[in-house]
Design a protein around this ligand. Sequence first.
Ligand SMILES: [Zn+2]
Length: 432
Amino acid sequence: MTRTLSAITIAVTLTLLASSAMTGAGPAGRPLLISVDDLPVAGGGLHTDPGERELITRGLLAALAKHHVPAVGLVIWGNVKTGADRVLLRRWLVAGHELGNHSASHLDLTTTASDTYISDVEAGRAGLAGFLAAEDNRHVRFFRFPYLDEGETTAKLDAVRAYLARSGQRNLPVTIDDQDWEFEKPWVEARRKNDNKETERIGDEYQEALHVEIRDQEAKGDRLFGRTVPQILLLHANEVGAAQWDSLFTWLERRGYRFATADEVLADAVFKDEPRFIGDAGFGLWDRLISLRRAHDAQTAVEALLKTQSDAWNRGDLDTFTSVYAEDASFLSPTGLIQGRQQVLERYRRRYPDQKAMGTLSLEIVEVRSAQGIEVTALGDARPSRVHGLSVAARWRLAYPDQPDKKTAEGLTLLVLRRHGDSWEIVQDASM
Ligand SMILES: [Zn+2]
């Protein structure tokens, strides 16, 4: 009897091993966390009727249940105003979803002082925590920045991150940011007019827009890490979603996604370190990482350019030294303004006729600032732009080790660089 049982156990184990070997480490499919913002119901004043709010919630939960999606819903506590709203939140919990904090009044960190912002986030956390404690003793684990805006200064970002750490909340990032909320108003207006043709058209556009965003961020994430990475999709708890999620989830399944829990997705190494991205608009995680990488690449390019310059100088090669200036560069110094690369070269030739006069140059970067803004996609979604320009503050030093009578000269310079094909060139140089 015992022998028979263990034979079966071995057979089952072998089958399991074989199937996991075929599909990789875990279950098949790219893990995807569905996160839903602005609970109990998104869309502000559009949905004041409790019956309508109930219907929307039921629609969203039905789509999630049909596709076995374990979602995280982010609650704006200031919008939980009535007992009926608490009933809606309870439905999410009963269906097995997790609720996180999305602040009390959905402030934008860039336009808010960090103290005010943190008080509002804490009010949201405290409200939700009280509610969850009464429901099965659950806790608030996640926070999501409203508008995905993490602040325009490092001081703000650090202040909010310190508060989140103190209060035991983890920032729940988004990797697929999209504009699903934009479809809500036109959808509701068309539905209230019973304009089925129009709701159908809006529904098609909703699907199309999300497909484009998902494919775009999918490619970006995989390119960044050189492998198939998990994703976190941002959706909103709205009426258009209640009607469209079933189709969207079907499309995602066909595309190879597997709906996964927050714990599984966040355990991936790509979510280990939060990037220190500073900006006055919110972006998905991959866009933040790409933006930081671009700034880093630009900094590396500047370092290489200044090295080219000092190496050229130190072998007496003024042609190469000035080759990094733009054709129309401006050169400002205490002796005046010079314009054009050729004129810059001639100035240097006059002042430094030979290598003895040139001495040994060293350039030390004091600060690099990159000019990066926002690009807007065809879908109206903001993305960080590439680095369009750079300003570099540097310290220069000319030493004459072989000429004891000649003193070391030093000063500061401010360089402005622009892109030139794949490289950079100096367009303005103010040396003092
Ligand atoms: Zn929100």
